[in-house]
Ligand binder design. Structure first.
Ligand code: F7E
Length: 329
């Protein structure tokens, strides 16, 4: 039987790397779109893909170029496309609104248009985000909760969600959005709060760092393990009818609790190192997010396995072990 072909944007990121590994394990032919600079400097850009790099087919391209996306779509003719690429750090959206709008909204629009013109049978997954709920009007948040984004990042994800829905309705394409709540792992970028905490705590324990600078530690998030969440992206595209789904654990915890677990694991008291810095506060914060994943549970068989504490422990043990060996993170 012919191998199913997959195309992933954002394949070098946390989710892209887990998804690529997972789809290869299912026997798929996996293609990824990467920037030319990444191909020129693979050690720096492909560290998350080390295990599977020789099994991937990579194409150089940018989300900012419709002709390139169209050409790749036409050549590859994928059966499924996972659109994960985006500028995804919420804080940046306050510093560089315009470039975030351009990459995230136009990138999604170009990809949808390329799909429609070059490969309309291909099924598309769009990476939505709980940041679309923002100042949420109800708790927990489900598929029907009204969006109220609190950052340009959230706003670009609402636009991507609406574009994805509109292409589904207007052109009868199989497109859907996964509204994923925060998902973390040892592959998380260092700018995000969980990895910032796990890596800094490990450095403090080893005498390489003295303080833990943070912003609002009372913010509450629904944190799960990224390695599990990518499997739901795949399941969403195997449904008979394209639909949007919320994916999260259904539990919420503060940043402070994450600190407690991580520092506790290293027999440290976070209060001895914590420095609250105003510049890590956001002009508009999302105070509380928690998913109601009932629809995904009933229709996709979703159940999160790794709990909050296991996730935090996995991250700090990983960072501590690497640094202790003398390697850099
Ligand atoms: O912040 C607070 C911060 O940057 C979490 C992205 O993947 O998930 C992520 O967005 C919370 C916020 O993630 C610091 O104010 C305190 O309340 O780890 P984060 P995020 O903004 O929730 C969603 C689902 C996405 O889609 C996004 O792409 O932690 N916080 N002090 C801090 N956050 C950071 N980054 N750094 C601090 O020093």
């Amino acid at each position: 039987m012919k191998k199913k072909k997959i195309l992933i944007t954002g394949i070098t990121g946390q989710d892209g790397s887990y998804l690529a590994e997972y789809l290869l394990s299912l026997g798929y032919e996996v293609h990824g779109i990467v920037r030319r600079v990444a191909l020129e400097d693979p050690t720096h850009h492909f560290w998350r893909l080390q295990k599977v790099l020789d099994q991937l087919i990579l194409h150089s391209g940018s989300l900012e170029s419709f002709p390139t996306l169209f050409k790749i779509m036409r050549e590859v003719q994928p059966d499924e496309c996972y659109h994960l690429a985006a500028q995804s750090f919420v804080s940046v959206s306050f510093e560089d609104e315009f470039s975030m709008m351009q990459t995230n909204i136009n990138g999604t629009h170009y990809l949808l248009a390329a799909l429609k013109d070059a490969c309309p049978e291909c099924r598309l997954y769009f990476a939505g985000s709980s940041e679309m709920f923002g100042k949420a009007e109800e708790t927990p948040q489900r598929e029907t909760t009204r969006f109220h984004p609190r950052s340009v990042y959230g706003l670009t994800k609402v636009a991507g969600f609406e574009l994805t829905r509109n292409y589904r309705e207007a052109y009868n394409l199989f497109t859907c959005t996964g509204i994923l709540f925060n998902h973390e792992s040892p592959r998380r970028g260092y700018e995000f709060v969980t990895r910032k905490i796990s890596s800094t705590a490990a450095r403090i324990k080893l005498g390489m760092e003295k303080v833990m600078p943070l912003g609002n530690i009372e913010a509450k998030r629904d944190w799960g393990f990224a390695g599990e969440y990518v499997q739901m992206m795949h399941v969403m595209l195997q449904q008979d009818v394209p639909e949007d789904f919320v994916v999260g654990t259904g539990e919420t915890h503060t940043v402070r609790e994450f600190l407690e677990v991580v520092f506790g694991e290293l027999n440290l008291n976070y209060q001895d190192y914590l420095v609250i810095e105003k510049n890590f506060y956001r002009p508009a914060e999302v105070d509380l997010l928690v998913a109601d994943p009932q629809k995904a549970r009933e229709k996709l068989g979703w159940k999160s396995k790794m709990n909050f504490e296991e996730l935090a422990l996995q991250m700090v043990r990983h960072d501590y072990d690497i640094l202790k060996k003398g390697d850099d993170l």
